[in-house]
Design a protein around this ligand. Sequence first.
Ligand code: TXA
Ligand code: MG
Length: 321
Amino acid sequence: MPTEHATDETINRASALIRAGDLVAFPTETVYGLGADATSDQAVAKVFAAKNRPDFNPLIIHISDIATAGTFAVVSDKATALASAFWPGPLTIIMAKKRDSQISELATAGLDTIAIRCPDHPVALALLKKCGRPIVAPSANRSGHVSPTHAPHVAEDLGDKPALIIDGGPTSIGLESTVITLVPFPKILRPGAISQTEIENIIGRLNAPTGSKSTKTGKIISPGQLASHYAPEAAIRLNANHTKPGEALLAFGPAPIDHEGPMINLSPDGNLDEAAANLFASLRSLDKSGCESIAVMPIPDEGMGEAINDRLKRAAAPRNI
Ligand code: TXA
Ligand code: MG
């Protein structure tokens, strides 16, 4: 699979490939996405196959402007308010799907809801505009593995499955978008760079706590939020205050614990945004050191720390695949 820098010519080629039903990996401000034409069943099926993703796990539809959302979703006042405040940006909004929607049923896993996001990245936006189609784009990793924040991560995970990988350099945020559902009531399913407080400033208090399970039934309402996810090969041990033989260290802050051997500090200054941007590349890199396990120092559960800890908890969860 060719990896190309993001020139106008590359974006033209990428657009033609998507329109022809091929897969193109491209950068967004959060992580790299594996893009395909959201209106084509065949193209969407290729995405699930390339990632080895279970077909009950729906995809996010990417668009280049708010107006487009209304062509396949019922855009409520709350959705309009959130989109106006945060798009383009790292917020995915789940709305009711329109019945006559052109979007592939596979993309929404047969649900009557649809997840929509307008990414804040010049390459992603240029591709969406050029191509003129909604694009499904899950993170461009093998299902269950760590998300890609650099173009070479995509090739590591997916080999020649994308027809093209557009290299836009490292992604700036480094963690996937915040996912909020508005159906039947507003609830954050996946924490990300747009915080609950920022959302509440626009649409008022969210009653339900963050999480992918229904508080009433305990049933999973975001099918993709499986317990084990974002996982490197090595085991993960959280809140470490020492390291054990055979462990690598993922440190945070100005006073890393004593350790000999592979170590990466997510942010020596203790900056949580910097730590988020470095997280996935650091997990991949420590994995390559051949360690059996990665000990992770405590990360404060505030600001981006909440999203970092969400990903780390899933990376540390028992693996059933
Ligand atoms: O930042 C991002 O959102 C990246 C970039 C590439 O845009 N994409 C991404 O996609 O993280 P993915 O497929 O890795 O994660 C999408 C999440 C999954 O947990 C999925 O289950 C959930 O969104 N989702 C999608 N549609 C949904 C729906 N209708 N109802 C509930 N959850 C949904
Ligand atoms: Mg993903």
